[in-house]
Design a protein around this ligand. Sequence first.
Ligand SMILES: [Fe+2]
Ligand SMILES: [Fe+2]
Length: 326
Amino acid sequence: MTILIEQPQLDSQVEDQKLSSETNELVLDGGFVVPKTVSDTELAAEELVSNNEFLAPEINSFGRLFRDYDAESERHKTVEEFYRLQHINQTYDFVKKMREEYGKLNRVEMSIWECCELLNEVVDDSDPDLDEPQIMHLLQSAEAIRKDYPDEEWLHLTALIHDLGKVLLLPSFGGLPQWAVVGDTFPLGCAFDESNVHHKYFKENPDYNNPICSTKNGIYSEGCGLDNVMISWGHDDYMYLVAKENRTTLPPAALFIIRYHSFYPLHTAGAYKHLMNEEDAKNLKWLHIFNKYDLYSKSKETIDVEKVKPYYLSLIEKTIINIHLR
Ligand SMILES: [Fe+2]
Ligand SMILES: [Fe+2]
């Protein structure tokens, strides 16, 4: 699996990208069949029964509750400052510009495993629960899901790749600031729901007082579907674009997980549901399953990378996603 990712040229004119069917393919080979849609395989989240119930720990690796944004510590001051910057700078126009620029996907090519290893250089300032190398988080999530859902290889792969977009923090991918890569995500173009962490900082966002964007539906209509909603820019939307623009055959539920896994106001607080359509409601059930592993597998239980690497390499081999751009 190779990924080609663009180098941003923020000051340059955005050109229309015509994706060639010859050069923009996501190819699956080997014996593993990735279902095209959830309904194709009659997969339904509620029908999946795990052999072993995943036991979510109550405290994180720092000995505190997960996602506790009020705790007093140096780490939490960093997290709060992160959200202050994120809430001020993520505007509708900013996201539009980033999607146009990064949608080109024309810069870097590397294998999925290389990309996983590259993430070791990344530290996520927004995360109060994690101070370990990112590859450990990817493998902890994927291994925990694999244990409970051994047959859902697409879900193992989704877990392995869900955070790869964090490479945006690295110089070769544009070296974007933390607030433009990580943290919880939220829609732009409509009112910022109170359930967003550190909501108070939105008051300094230029969209906050916009007469349309400050209403409940904003520029959207009820039930329009999340596909039509602009979400704050970060590693989620970026990895979603990478997969989508390369015509991935991962099931829609996988793309939904990748794009919305940081959308805590929706999947945990239940906000913004008025923008969802029926398809979103189905996929949300998968995201709820995934989220448990994404969040609670962040523990001090380390994975022997070399031991599990052959499995993931074979999975990548079987589910080759050759991404060719241009
Ligand atoms: Fe993430
Ligand atoms: Fe994650």
